[in-house]
Design a protein around this ligand. Structure first.
Ligand SMILES: Cc1cc2nc3c(=O)[nH]c(=O)nc-3n(C[C@H](O)[C@H](O)[C@H](O)COP(=O)(O)O)c2cc1C
Length: 175
């Protein structure tokens, strides 16, 4: 393969789009769009721009839910990724339904096939990466739509319709 050296400000090479749902400090349900996540065992890591409303609230309330979005939710993904919860209660503006969790203080989203209930453990704000807040969290529970599970309650991979996010700072899009 002949490669060309490029000089992008960033390169998101296809990350699954998720919707993070939480109750803010006033107890109001809100949601934001995120693509910077990874998980290993019961640990999950999320990357935020430090100035976002969601991350400011999560640092205070600790509990939140990672909801895996699918291709039916493009409009909601774009709305929640363009507007800030500092100005609007996003659940009132889009076709997403918050459902209280049985085990943590955060709502899941009914329209998403997978919801992962989390509690924040660490906030990482390194002087090397100003403006970025990384959140480490423990996974407390996992909810999967029964349509995505086989008779042993294991995932049916073909049922998943996740969206991958690409962005090189100029071209952005989904696959
Ligand atoms: C597809 C997509 C992926 C995004 N991924 C991230 C991300 O990983 N981290 C981040 O801080 N913002 C990300 N954003 C931008 C935030 O969703 C956006 O700034 C949002 O308005 C923040 O809302 P809040 O202030 O309510 O937290 C993404 C937006 C879109 C549309």
């Amino acid at each position: 393969m002949k490669k060309v050296r490029v000089n992008y400000e960033k390169m998101y090479y296809g990350f699954p789009v998720v919707l993070i749902s939480y109750y803010d400090k006033e107890g109001i349900a809100n949601v934001t769009t995120l693509s910077s996540t990874y998980t290993l065992k019961d640990m999950v890591m999320l990357g935020f721009s430090s100035k976002g409303y969601a991350v400011s609230q999560m640092k205070e309330v600790s509990d939140f839910v990672i909801n895996i979005a699918d291709s039916k939710l493009m409009e909601e993904i774009e709305f929640c990724g363009k507007n800030t919860g500092a100005d609007c209660k996003k659940f009132d503006r889009v076709n997403l339904t918050p459902v209280p969790s049985e085990i943590i203080n955060a709502p899941s989203i009914a329209e998403c096939p997978v919801s992962i209930e989390c509690t924040l453990t660490d906030v990482i704000e390194s002087p090397h990466y100003k403006g970025i807040t990384n959140i480490l969290a423990t996974i407390k529970g996992r909810l999967v739509s029964e349509t995505h599970l086989d008779e042993n309650a294991n995932i049916i991979i073909e049922k998943f319709d996740n969206i991958s996010y690409f962005n090189d700072g100029v071209n952005r899009g989904f696959k």
